[in-house]
Ligand binder design. Structure first.
Ligand code: GLC
Length: 437
């Protein structure tokens, strides 16, 4: 029924169903990105063929030596679940053009070469076994297909290539049951939605999977933005995709990349930023050549998952979206960040104060103040617009990741008022004070 919609009508239609389609995704908050392909065998980034100018014939030999171990996808899904991640996005076909599924459209695939297995099928089965959402990353740019470059200059080549892309994604969204997310990447060398026929392509994708979420990388805004390697909020749904090591999406030797890789505390800092600013975190792993989870990701993600078991209330679900330092509805102080949901404000403390700390901007006293992880009550006093936390534990209570969450529970939806930064002014005074000189 979407087939005949104009771009404007299509976007109006998808906007009208977005809240219903994205409810689970917004509350999920945290997902795992998985970059796995022929490039994983090189261990020099997923762009190796392009940046090292490897001839295609030489690169194609990797298709024969590609040997993912049995159960690799279960390993990814098991770690994701243990980490508190709620969905996975797998590179079903990266820029190298090699399909990880039994494609009738693209013979350069993991059933005809290498493992002679349908890895997408294994991925989907593993996601369902562990109760996780299913996302397919699908590159538009293709360095293997003969029309992959000339499609930008030759109308017949463009027609052939756009049909190829449509047919690939039709296979993916037809043959594997319910798929939750279609994650396009690099809409190049055509540089417009018209060039990619993205409107007709996405209408077709949505006709195959009516609840599908589509990202913003087919030159149409679609359902969510995808800041890459940065955590930048926006006035729409957004998901920050982050490498684990700041260098490469595809496998690189973790021991050498250790200085860049994240520990649990850094991952939680990213998760806090996404949670308070209304976004999701899609954190990447680049499995080793045989598909194993990279060693450097295991301990941090396991610790994050254990931490989330105790403190997930401050991360998952319908959180209030911050609007920046001045308007953000819930302030912390100089040593904590805040997220908020319902009648509670959560203070994320990376730096544990020595015995006491205050929080300004709250006219109403909280009903209760406690450690979120185990409900230990904390002593507090409310004076004017200040909440004073007193006689705090001498050492930081969280022993897992060094991040303690304090819950301020109120009788009603908490109100935070931007307090004047000028102590000279009594709280609540008109902080503008008239026209600036
Ligand atoms: C960039 C890279 C690509 C990677 C993607 C992840 O587009 O080119 O290799 O898969 O980022 O968002």
């Amino acid at each position: 029924m979407m087939q005949n919609l104009s771009k404007q009508s299509y976007e109006k239609h998808t906007a009208s169903t977005r809240d219903q389609r994205m409810g689970w995704w917004r509350e999920a908050r945290f997902g795992m990105f998985i970059h796995y392909g022929l490039y994983s065998q090189l261990g020099r980034n997923e762009w190796a063929i392009a940046l090292e100018n490897i001839p295609i014939a030489e690169y194609e030999t990797l298709a024969q030596s590609f040997q993912p171990k049995p159960g690799a996808a279960r390993e990814w899904a098991a770690l994701a679940q243990k980490a508190g991640m709620k969905y996975l996005v797998l590179t079903t076909r990266h820029h190298e053009g090699f399909s990880l599924w039994d494609s009738q459209v693209n013979p350069y695939n993991s059933v005809n070469y290498g493992p002679k297995r349908d890895l997408v099928r294994e991925f989907v089965d593993a996601c369902r076994e562990f109760g996780l959402g299913i996302g397919f990353y699908s590159s538009l740019m293709d360095w293997h297909h003969p029309d992959g470059w000339r499609c930008a200059f030759d109308t017949a080549a463009r027609a052939r290539f756009n049909k190829y892309i449509r047919d690939l994604n039709t296979e993916l969204l037809t043959n594997y049951g319910k798929i939750d997310i279609l994650w396009y990447d690099v809409a190049f060398p055509m540089e417009s939605w018209e060039g990619w026929d993205s409107l007709e392509l996405n209408k077709h994708m949505r006709s195959l999977q009516p609840d599908l979420l589509i990202n913003d990388r087919s030159h149409l805004a679609e359902d969510f933005g995808t800041p890459e390697e940065h955590l930048t909020s926006s006035d729409r749904d957004w998901e920050a995709c982050m490498t684990f090591n700041g260098i490469s999406w595809g496998y690189v030797d973790g021991k050498q990349a250790a200085a860049y890789s994240y520990n649990a505390q850094r991952i939680l800092k990213m998760l806090c930023t996404c949670a308070k600013d209304g976004g999701n975190l899609l954190l990447n792993i680049g499995p080793t050549p045989d598909g194993s989870v990279p060693q450097e990701a295991i301990e941090p993600l396991t610790t994050v998952g254990n931490w989330l078991k105790e403190n997930g209330q401050a991360v998952y679900g319908k959180l209030v979206k911050s609007k920046g330092w001045r308007e953000k509805p819930f302030g912390g102080n100089g040593v904590c960040e805040t997220t908020s949901k319902g009648k509670s404000v959560y203070l994320w403390c990376w730096i544990w104060p020595d015995g006491e700390m205050g929080i300004g901007g709250y006219l109403k006293a909280p009903k209760a103040v406690r450690l979120l992880k185990d409900g230990t009550p904390l002593e507090f006093e409310h004076r004017g617009q200040r909440i004073l936390l007193k006689n705090l534990p001498k050492t930081i209570p969280d022993k897992q990741a060094g991040v303690t969450v304090i819950e301020l529970e109120f009788d009603e939806t908490p109100q935070y008022l931007f307090a004047s930064y000028y102590p000279q002014l009594q709280f609540g005074t008109d902080i503008t004070g008239g026209k600036r000189l």
